[in-house]
Design a protein around this ligand. Structure first.
Ligand SMILES: [Zn+2]
Length: 323
């Protein structure tokens, strides 16, 4: 997903250098960050999970098989997506439901596809091909499979729907005049038009995207603060209560065009938990600052850039929210 670096400069000038101590002391819940990281590896072995490729097919089959070991309640949405250029792509959304009878539900979502092009790569020659997508795709899936481990053992107090959505990262993120996205965010647009039931209205939803960066710095995403501020407060307060204020930074960051938007448009209270500054943050710079190294949509999005610790932090927050 792309980002609009609108607000950070002003925010940094206003004193974004507040020191918050690292209070990470290991797992705070039954979530296992090492397992989540281990679930990334087989996905990378498939190769980039680009729609229309065998790796994409293998990945969906693998996710379904993994989640079948963790819940009996799985919905697969399959359709053929026509892209802006007229290409036809096979798509699958996978919805794994825990505590399926509960009427009060929380929706978690993450995309599972890989972008076909590394179009932000500093090496112009590398831009035409794809990239491993360790953080951008595989890590969210690893997080969700490890959440499945927790919910299988101890069902959450509310219903939880884990949506693995397809085709987030295909092409251009420009909206058309009706606010639809003709070349990306395919899975969530499809889901918004094909909700699991006509009265489907989760309490709230959280999108997890690029959440395993070793240098985890999650700012509050601009559209989320605008459209579902109470959900942002709930998630950031939960993180702070767990001692994770250093990672879930209590400041508004960039506006990110991502899978939260089609669901917000549908009227669902969904926020985006995304670390758009993928890589170390240089002093004085903020998310989206182009002078920083940023592995987002580059061939540098590899396994060595992500960590079990970051997955642990995000997993602890996800489990605590629905405990
Ligand atoms: Zn992406």
């Amino acid at each position: 997903m792309p980002f609009l670096p609108l607000v950070y400069a002003a925010l940094a000038a206003a004193g974004g250098c507040q020191q918050i101590h690292d209070r990470f002391g290991g797992a705070k819940t039954a979530f296992n960050g090492d397992s989540a990281l281990a679930y990334v590896k087989p996905q990378l072995a498939f190769g980039p999970r680009v729609p229309g490729t065998p790796a994409h097919e293998k990945e969906a089959d693998w996710i379904i098989a993994q989640m079948k070991q963790r819940t009996d309640s799985i919905i697969v949405q399959s359709w053929t997506q026509t892209t802006a250029s007229g290409k036809k792509l096979p798509m699958r959304n996978i919805i794994a439901r825990f505590n399926p009878a509960a009427t009060q539900r929380v929706l978690y979502l993450t995309h599972w596809d890989t972008r076909p092009t590394a179009d932000q790569d500093l090496n112009l020659g590398a831009r035409a091909g794809s990239f491993p997508g360790a953080n951008d795709g595989a890590a969210g899936v690893g997080l969700f499979i490890a959440l499945g481990d927790v919910f299988k053992k101890t069902p959450p107090s509310v219903g939880v729907d884990l949506l693995f959505d397809d085709g987030e990262d295909w092409g251009s993120f420009d909206p058309d005049s009706s606010g639809n996205y003709p070349d990306a965010l395919f899975g969530t647009q499809y889901f918004a038009d094909h909700l699991p039931s006509t009265d489907y209205k989760p309490l709230y939803g959280v999108l997890f995207d690029m959440i395993a960066d070793k240098d985890l710095e999650i700012y509050q995403e601009g559209n989320s603060v605008q459209n579902a501020p109470e959900v942002v407060s709930k998630v950031w307060q939960t993180a702070a209560d767990l001692g994770y204020g250093k990672y879930f930074i209590n400041q508004v960051g960039d506006y990110v065009t991502d899978d939260q938007l089609p669901l917000q448009k549908k009227g669902l209270r969904v926020i985006d938990v995304v670390d758009i500054q993928y890589g170390p943050l240089a002093p004085g710079y903020g998310p989206g600052t182009l002078s920083n190294p940023n592995y987002h949509h580059t061939t540098q999005d590899t396994f060595d850039k992500i960590s079990a610790k970051s997955l642990q932090i995000v997993g602890d927050v996800a489990v605590t929210l629905v405990k």
